[in-house]
Write a protein that binds this ligand. Sequence first.
Ligand SMILES: Nc1ncnc2c1ncn2[C@@H]1O[C@H](COP(=O)(O)OP(=O)(O)O)[C@@H](O)[C@H]1O
Ligand SMILES: [Mg+2]
Length: 335
Amino acid sequence: MIKFRDIRINYGDFTAIDGLNLNINKGEFFTFLGPSGCGKTTTLRALAGFISPAGGTIEVNGKDITGVPVEKRKIGIVFQSYALFPSMNVFENIAFGMRVLKLDKKIIAEKVRAVAKKIDLSDSQLLRNVSELSGGQQQRVALARAIVMKPEILCLDEPLSNLDAKLRLGLRGELKRLQRDLGITTLYVTHDQEEALTLSDRIAVFNKGKIEQVGTPDEIYNHSTTEFVCDFIGDINRLPPALVEKAAIQSGKKPEAGKRGFIRVERLSIAPTPRCKVYFPGIVTDREYYGLYIKYTFQVEDTLLKCLEKNDGSPFLNTGDERNLYFCIDDIMLI
Ligand SMILES: Nc1ncnc2c1ncn2[C@@H]1O[C@H](COP(=O)(O)OP(=O)(O)O)[C@@H](O)[C@H]1O
Ligand SMILES: [Mg+2]
């Protein structure tokens, strides 16, 4: 439905986006994930029409929209910083776009009420001034203002980043439900890997103005194709070639020369399973207590490897304890 073709975006001499190609499907919850400054917002703003690319085209439903003005693009946007009109009440904020289009007053009122109901804003809250609302409520208003216009595409740029942790989790769940309800194609920008993994149908991982990998949350997490993606998403162990080779030999596989291995911390365990029979002998050098799990550091030859164990009541291991670290050969990502 949305196609970015060879998009290049410059700020003066600086190239922020360099040859970006991406296809987003209708109805998808699609996330741009990456560290601050990698070009997520820039790409989103180009889609919305606030920025003109120096090269390439953006298509929506097969039509080139690269030169179409912002107000003709049918794209709803919610920013990190709410960007509400401070002098208006909640109702007026949500109604703003429809008033600009000079819709009938009764229809506007109906639509505002309907959308407010969807996102849990009460009738009395509609009459409050937006400055009296909490951050979470303001972000609901911003969301209502965007979806009341029935956009074809909804763009959300770090909409939860200014909220505290608990509220962020709650609103995240609501956002997902709302998106499923509406079935609206959604582009979501975040630097938070957990948000990306829990919300998205697919994710594009950005790094320095380029896309490193596109895939489902599980593909990105368990089948990372670049070192950057391995590192940026989740906690990972690096295996030097010697250990990669040892693991391969033990499992009866042919070692792949010249590749570096990466394995997620939760894919190493001190207990063998039918799936995980290959092991490295190691010595415990550190233990961190996380409540839900314990994170151990093991020394295996010259390498420190971390592993997570469920905090299931088993006695803790201590520094100096010798154990085998078991894993499945297929869980090593070779890059
Ligand atoms: N208006 C601007 N003028 C100059 N450089 C900018 C401007 N906006 C963003 N940049 C630069 O472009 C790069 C990408 O920025 P941005 O898209 O905002 O990243 P992200 O949203 O991933 O944090 C950064 O290096 C940033 O400093
Ligand atoms: Mg940004």
